[in-house]
Design a binder for this molecule. Structure first.
Ligand SMILES: CC(C)(COP(=O)(O)OP(=O)(O)OC[C@H]1O[C@@H](n2cnc3c(N)ncnc32)[C@H](O)[C@@H]1OP(=O)(O)O)[C@@H](O)C(=O)NCCC(=O)NCCS
Length: 278
């Protein structure tokens, strides 16, 4: 179904950040104004507005990474406007935009989204789960080691298969962010503030044992509700999270419209940046 003629297409600018945030808040998502700002500044957020000046009712964001990858996320439709093809239309705009940039569209889909994306040609990659837990800082809190954005970006590029140094640099400079380096600068973990919980990720390490140790260090320095998105492949990490009171909140499948190495789990990427960033 074509989007209603009562709607006007917009590309969100910096002024649209509060409206985008209102939509993700209403859906109970964890993204902050900083996340929306990043999508607007570094990518393109397609939206639909009720009339020419009415409220924003739907969004979808396309964020290009170096290495020919285009991340799609923030597919949100106000409840009153659902089932009219709005998400499908905005997704198509993201795909066309990324195609024009020569980038392969990739996303992390919920099970319901997976069916919708399969219909338009996206293919399944690996599966992952969001874990949720509550932590209280221990008696001796390890101090976060200074994280150098260049080192972190290099490690992330090797692990994620795409260049997104701007994303890591942005996470690192945000108020409330924390970062931990593994010994010998072989890995790192970043935690950033979200609307509902602190989000840990990315976490890059040499192997699963080092990843677990880095995760424990990070958790020891945090307090309150924590979310982290872990590829299902990492069974030891999953086992540890379960034993330590974390609950599986929801599952996702990584999907790509075309060939993309990022659709396979890399040996060094243990916690993702989040479904909105990959
Ligand atoms: C999911 C959502 C974006 C679908 O918006 P929509 O405009 O109603 O979807 P369309 O009419 O274009 O889509 C056609 C069908 O595909 C489904 N679909 C499309 N995109 C989807 C997606 N990303 N996730 C789940 N289902 C999706 C729709 O539910 C719809 O099925 P239905 O009409 O039989 O229920 C909307 O329900 C929403 O904002 N939900 C909350 C946020 C969310 O879950 N976003 C998706 C994250 S992956």
């Amino acid at each position: 179904m074509a989007p209603s003629e009562a709607l006007s297409s917009v590309v969100l600018g910096p002024d649209g950040v509060p409206e985008g945030l209102a939509l993700s808040d209403a859906a109970g998502w964890n993204q902050t104004a900083d996340d929306w700002r990043l999508f607007v500044e570094q990518g393109r957020v397609f939206g639909l507005r009720d009339g020419d000046t009415g409220p924003l009712v739907a969004t979808a964001a396309a964020l290009p990474y170096a290495g020919g990858i285009g991340w799609i996320s923030m597919v949100l439709v106000h409840p009153a406007w659902r089932h009219q093809g709005l998400a499908t239309a905005l997704m198509a705009r993201c795909v066309a935009h990324l195609g024009a940039l020569g980038a392969t569209p990739v996303l992390d889909a919920t099970p319901a989204g997976q069916q919708a994306y399969s219909r338009v040609g996206f293919e399944d990659g690996f599966t992952l789960a969001r874990w949720e837990g509550t932590v209280s800082a221990g008696a001796s809190v390890p101090s976060a080691m200074p994280a150098d954005a260049t080192t972190v970006s290099k490690l992330d590029a090797q692990a994620s298969g795409c260049g997104r140094g701007f994303l890591l640099a942005d996470f690192l400079q945000r108020a409330g962010s924390r970062a931990w380096m593994a010994a010998g600068n072989t890995g790192f973990a970043i935690a950033r503030e979200g609307r509902r919980a602190t989000q840990i990720g990315p976490l890059v390490a040499e192997d699963e044992a080092s990843a677990l140790s880095l995760l424990q260090t990070a958790l020891a320095g945090l307090r309150g509700r924590v979310f982290l998105d872990v590829p299902e492949r990492w069974a030891s990490l999953r086992g540890w999270l379960e034993l330590n009171g974390f609950a599986r909140q929801r599952s996702f499948v990584r999907m790509a419209l075309g060939a993309a190495p990022i659709a396979s789990v890399n040996d060094r990427l243990f916690v993702l940046a989040g479904p909105e960033f990959g």
